[in-house]
Design a protein around this ligand. Structure first.
Ligand SMILES: Cc1cc2nc3c(=O)[nH]c(=O)nc-3n(C[C@H](O)[C@H](O)[C@H](O)COP(=O)(O)O)c2cc1C
Length: 308
């Protein structure tokens, strides 16, 4: 009998879909495996490209983990799967709203209970806090996170901040202005690395033994963490919930009363990132020298799947 894998994913532009399909190509070729893809679909689709206000108005609910309504799943939650892949993108240093909404459904409770889970993340470059939230959700669903694979945009933080803005606000999926790098995870990287990562997961899946999985994934380069981004994200993680509360005190998503605060966030955020990024890049060169143990401990922690 074939072993069954459920792949839960959401994608707007197709970037995440490309990443998860490339990762699972070794599974696709294995005739002992049945792959079932479940695309999460919000009842009201999120816009792409986004307007400035649409984008930043989603920030409070995203950070606070407030779910949106989803269309019913195609899969019957009582079906059994031997492994569940959750492929998601980070939104505002949190799990994207559609996937976070899925995690809060009754269906997710049934599907994920006592199941082995591998997460596949595709995002700009900041996924650490989102994965902390994912770890906590999986723990409360009694699921067992056994592997994590990450794909990020390899351009510098400031470059990808410009290209991601062109991507989300204008839908630019090519070289912005003709010379900036294409936003997102590179096709070459997906072609070269993703099947290797997927092959490692497949090997453990076939044996039904996952103890060394994450270690092998780390050794093969499946986890990308940069010290400067870890520090920058650490600041955002503290600041975001405060500003999210500040906005939502004025009203719920889409209300007129909170527009001024939403707009202020949309102006402050890029300014803070543009000014802090270079400073933090310098600090991040010094921190590992001053606090080598702490720096390594943090990197190791975020490379692994337990929640502290
Ligand atoms: C509302 C929103 C917020 C985002 N926030 C982050 C973030 O905090 N960190 C990050 O690395 N990428 C962030 N991104 C980029 C996404 O993770 C992802 O790369 C992009 O949306 C493409 O995914 P897609 O497959 O859904 O099109 C954000 C994108 C959107 C739309």
């Amino acid at each position: 009998m074939k072993k069954r894998v459920l792949v839960v994913y959401f994608t707007q532009s197709g970037q995440l879909n490309n990443a998860v399909r490339a990762t699972l190509s070794p599974f696709e070729k294995d005739e002992n495996v049945e792959l079932v893809y479940e695309e999460i679909k919000p009842v009201t689709p999120f816009p792409f490209p986004w307007t400035f206000m649409q984008f930043f108005d989603k920030f409070p609910e995203c950070v606070q983990g407030i779910p949106c309504e989803l269309q019913s799943l195609k899969v019957n939650p009582n079906e059994n799967f031997d492994l569940i892949i959750i492929a998601y993108q980070a939104w505002f240093l949190s799990v994207s709203i559609p996937i976070n909404s899925f995690l809060q459904t009754e269906a997710a409770k049934t599907l994920l209970k006592n199941k082995k889970v591998v997460t596949v993340i595709s995002c700009r470059n900041m996924w650490l806090n989102a994965q902390e939230k994912m770890k906590a959700s999986l723990l409360s669903l009694k699921a067992d996170l056994v592997g994590n694979i990450t794909y990020v945009d390899r351009a510098s933080n400031l470059t990808s901040l410009i290209t991601v803005m062109a991507f989300v606000f204008k839908g630019v999926q090519d070289k912005y202005l003709g010379f900036m790098p294409v936003y997102g995870v590179s096709k070459e990287e997906l072609a070269k690395d993703a099947p290797v990562f997927g092959g490692i997961v497949l090997k453990h899946f076939a044996r039904n033994e996952y103890s060394g999985l994450q270690k092998e994934l780390i050794e093969s380069g499946a986890i990308k963490i940069k010290a400067n981004l870890m520090i920058l994200e650490g600041r955002g993680k503290i600041f975001f919930p405060i500003y999210a509360n500040f906005i939502s005190k004025k009203g719920t998503s889409g209300t007129k009363e909170r527009r001024a605060r939403v707009r202020s966030f949309g102006i402050i955020l890029p300014i803070v990132v543009f000014t802090l990024s270079p400073i933090i890049t310098v600090i991040s060169r010094v921190v590992p020298l001053l606090f080598p143990k702490k720096n390594k401990r943090e990197m190791d922690y975020h490379s692994n799947n337990f929640l502290r």
